[in-house]
Write a protein that binds this ligand. Structure first.
Ligand SMILES: [Zn+2]
Length: 102
């Protein structure tokens, strides 16, 4: 974790960073790409052919999901899909806390 902190600090104080560390530019960009692996990348949003977001949900659930890969959907045999309006109309009150977290 201390390496990550040092990398983010380097944006504000580059001379201190290069004075004390031996990471190459490749190391730094690799670390930065790891830091940017967010929920949005793990569970990318799906859009239909008209560019509307598509959400996934189950008949008995109370939330809708942004990704079919969501672990909370993995135990469901039947996965429905639709726009957010359709999900809400089907009784889903909010986005899933796993795949819809920003
Ligand atoms: Zn989910």
């Amino acid at each position: 974790m201390s390496i990550f902190l040092t990398v983010s600090c380097s944006r504000f104080s580059e001379s201190d960073f290069y004075g004390g560390m031996t990471l190459s530019d490749e190391d730094i960009s690799e670390l930065e790409s790891l830091m940017e692996a967010t929920t949005a990348e793990k569970y990318p949003a799906v859009t239909d052919e008209e560019g509307r977001y598509v959400f996934f949900f189950t008949a008995g659930g109370s939330v809708y999901h942004r990704s079919k890969n969501c672990p909370r959907l993995s135990s469901s045999s039947e996965i429905l899909s639709g726009t957010e309006e359709e999900a809400i109309a089907a009784g889903k009150k909010r986005g899933c806390s796993v795949c819809c977290r920003q």
